[in-house]
Structure formats: structure tokens, C-alpha cells
Design a protein around this ligand. Structure first.
Ligand SMILES: [Zn+2]
Ligand SMILES: [Zn+2]
Ligand SMILES: [Zn+2]
Length: 217
């Protein structure tokens, strides 16, 4: 899948390539010394999936965790964590094991945890989805109070392997998933091991039991 994708700015509704989006959003949203939000890019590296959020400075990591689950990730309520260079942010911090990072609570502001840099976020320690959060702007004027999506990748154009129409399902048979539309999938002979998962606009498409829906904050 191509890693260069486009998306719409939710403020002015114009379409931009991802490579232009940071610059566009910073000028379109505007910034001021009264601006109380950060502009955060969340992405699955080397994939078409990315989202820009405006996040008020007071928002806690646990709220970002909840937003990412609703938007992109939650299949069966797996565990998750954020990590910085020195620290792990988890639901219930424990005494650190030797050689492990210091564990801290997610009940801390994103601003404090991320500083001016980045955090790694992992959802599910079995079939892990690893995302990167990066500060792209500070003191921006958020769209509305609370965490908001201000831009997001357009759904990748995934085509049915049989007819070339828009694919809706991924069939997992041997090792690689095959994309089908509903109609063509109906005429495929599936063996007993095969299963399907829906095509969704998410970095967790085809992973574990993920089948959406995508709920934006
Ligand atoms: Zn705009
Ligand atoms: Zn799962
Ligand atoms: Zn088809």
C-alpha cells in the first residue's frame, strides 16, 4: 500500500497530501499565546494510516488511549501502553523489573509525557499495533473543546481481487489475506480454517478480530 495518502482538513474541507498537512493545519488552525492545544500526529509508520488531533494541554494519556481505541483499535479490550525514552505509561503501574523502564500511570497529561517530542503507543501485546505520536505544533487554536480529529487519511483504495470493484472483506486462508467485494466473496469456496475481516480505514485492519466501527471523538 502507498504511504503517501491524502486527507481533508476538517476546518476548511480542502484535500492535502500528508506531506503538506502539517504546514496547512498550522496556518489554517492558527496559533496564539492563548492557544491551549497541541497539534498531534498519530500514525502507523510506513502505512497509509494517520490522523491529526488537536489536544488541549490538560488532556490525560488515559483519554488519548480511549480515543485511539474508539477511532482505530479496539477489538477485544487488549492492554496498551505509551512509552517515552525513559518511562512506560500503563493502566496500573508496577515496581519496575530489572532492566525495564520505570512504570508510571496514564493519569498524567499528554503534554507532560510527550514534552516537545514523541511517544510510542502499543495496543495488544500479542498481535501488537505500534503507533507513534508526535508533537507537530504547540499553542494552536483547537477546533472545539476536547480532543478533535482535524485531519485523517482518506480510506485506502483496496480492490476486489476478482472483479476490481471496491473491496469490503479480507479473506484469511493460508498466509496472505485476499481482498474481495461481498458479491465475489460469496462465490469463493472457503476451507474450514478460513475467516474474514472487514476492510476498514484503520491501522488495525485485518489484525486479531478488528472490525471497526471507527468512532471519532
Ligand atoms: Zn484547512
Ligand atoms: Zn483482539
Ligand atoms: Zn468482486
Amino acid at each position: 500500500m502507498p504511504s503517501i495518502t491524502r486527507g481533508d482538513c476538517r476546518k476548511c474541507h480542502r484535500s492535502f497530501a500528508k506531506s503538506q498537512m502539517t504546514r496547512h493545519l498550522k496556518s489554517c488552525l492558527g496559533s496564539s499565546n492563548q492557544g491551549d492545544s497541541m497539534l498531534i500526529l498519530v500514525e502507523l509508520p510506513r502505512s497509509p494510516f494517520w490522523v491529526y488531533l488537536t489536544v488541549p494541554n490538560t488532556v490525560k494519556l488515559m483519554s488519548i488511549d480511549a480515543v485511539l481505541r474508539d477511532l482505530w483499535l479496539d477489538c477485544c479490550g487488549h492492554m496498551s501502553e505509551f512509552s517515552s525514552h525513559d518511562d512506560l505509561y500503563v493502566d496500573e503501574p508496577d515496581e519496575p523489573l530489572f532492566g525495564r523502564k520505570r512504570e508510571r500511570s496514564m493519569n498524567v497529561s499528554l503534554k507532560r509525557a510527550i514534552g516537545h517530542g514523541s511517544l510510542v503507543y502499543q495496543y495488544d501485546f500479542g498481535s501488537t499495533t505500534t503507533l507513534v505520536l508526535r508533537v507537530m505544533g504547540e499553542k494552536v487554536i483547537g477546533l472545539e473543546p476536547g480532543i478533535k480529529v482535524v485531519a485523517r487519511n482518506d480510506a485506502p483504495d483496496i480492490r476486489c481481487t476478482e472483479c476490481g470493484g471496491v473491496a469490503t472483506e479480507l479473506l484469511f486462508d493460508d498466509w496472505a489475506p485476499i481482498a474481495y467485494c461481498d458479491e465475489c466473496l460469496g462465490s469463493v469456496e472457503e476451507d474450514g480454517e478460513a475467516y474474514t475481516l472487514p476492510v476498514v480505514n484503520s491501522p488495525r485492519m485485518g489484525v486479531c478480530a478488528y472490525s471497526g466501527p471507527s468512532i471519532e471523538p
